[in-house]
Design a protein around this ligand. Sequence first.
Ligand code: 5GP
Length: 211
Amino acid sequence: MTVFTRRGLMLVLSSPSGAGKTTIVNDLLNSERRLKTSVSVTTRPKRLSEIDGRDYYFVSPEEFNRRIEAGDFFEHAEVFGNMYGTPRQFVMDSLTDGDDVVFDIDWQGTQQISQSARDDLVTIFILPPSLEELELRLRGRNQDSEDIIRSRMQEASAELSHWAEYNYIVVNYDLHESVKIVKSILEAERYRRKRQVGLASFVNNMRILPH
Ligand code: 5GP
């Protein structure tokens, strides 16, 4: 089989906290060979189950500001009173190498990336089946205090208002089904003409007529 160069794409998944996005991303990463994840930098305190460098890079607000000044971030935003940012270099290198990168970021980050790199971007919004289900999932996670859960429920409504800015919308009724849908979106997007950068010479070689 002929293999020609493909440019990687950026797959953004956004949703209110608790809609199942992180589980979908982890599932995708386990099964997609050429998909990497962008590990964000944050000033939020680490949760018990989280590992520095795997879930996030946890830094102080001073360090975060230093990185903004240095231009280290591809995008950054304040979410729930904490700062979050995507390291630039990792993303650029992965796309050039032909790897896809999946992002779990909010609507603000998605808007910033779509202004600077729209051609490489595919966006998916994950909706919970209902607000009640969202609250159940946030509580079931057992990681946040009551105050945080209440404020996240309020933020959910703000996040939901941005659903129409996304290319694809998936209602997460069933995790297995949602992963399947997201995978098929990824697979189709990989075949877009503009991403298959080696295609022109591949076709040109085929058009050279034998003597
Ligand atoms: P959590 O604190 O629950 O891990 O994430 C809170 C929110 O921050 C989620 O909506 C998540 O998508 C968003 N987020 C995580 N990393 C980034 C990032 O690097 N940039 C932006 N803009 N949002 C992020």
